[in-house]
Design a protein around this ligand. Structure first.
Ligand code: RTP
Length: 151
């Protein structure tokens, strides 16, 4: 498949605290995406500053870094056909009130500053984010036998 991509998806501290980890993982599994990496991480300040460097001048930046560093996050890599774009569609709009029902944010949250999940916004950022959050050896290559029924 030429359009197979990998995307970085994170369940933010509020998603972990609210017990939404299983629900969010299940949505990616059920859609047919392949899990390539998964870990619970307590992000450090430096990692968050790098992850959000494009937003450094935004008024909400300091609050965002504080929120993201306030507890463990679940960091994941999912692979599949147009995984980056489809992952963003599954997450819903940044502001949960603009997210349609059926999306993760549209079903599970209300506020932009507590929007429970992150997804890479382009293939290029996915590559950078995967390299920031995972070591090469944490990305697992495995034969997904369900793929023949999905594609
Ligand atoms: P994400 O990176 O989390 O997938 O979100 P995104 O691309 O949809 O949105 P982006 O503009 O990159 O913002 C990153 C995260 O910053 C928080 N935010 N707070 N208070 C605010 O106005 C505000 N705006 C953005 C959200 O947690 C957003 O997901």
């Amino acid at each position: 498949m030429s359009t197979t991509e990998r995307t970085f998806i994170a369940i933010k501290p509020d998603g972990v605290q609210r017990g939404l980890v299983g629900d969010i993982i299940a949505r990616f599994e059920k859609r047919g995406f392949k899990l390539v990496a998964l870990k619970l991480v307590k992000p450090d300040q430096k990692q968050l500053e790098t992850h959000y460097e494009d937003l450094a001048k935004k008024p909400f930046y300091a609050g965002l870094v504080k929120y993201m560093g306030s507890g463990p996050i679940v960091a994941m890599v999912w692979e599949g056909l147009q995984a980056v774009k489809t992952g963003r569609v599954m997450l819903g709009a940044t502001n949960p009130l603009d997210s349609v029902p059926g999306t993760i944010r549209g079903d599970l949250c209300i506020q932009t500053g507590r929007n429970i999940c992150h997804g890479s916004d382009s293939v290029e950022s996915a590559k950078k984010e995967i390299a920031l959050w995972f070591k090469d050896e944490e990305l697992i290559n495995w034969d997904d036998h369900s793929a023949a029924w999905i594609y």
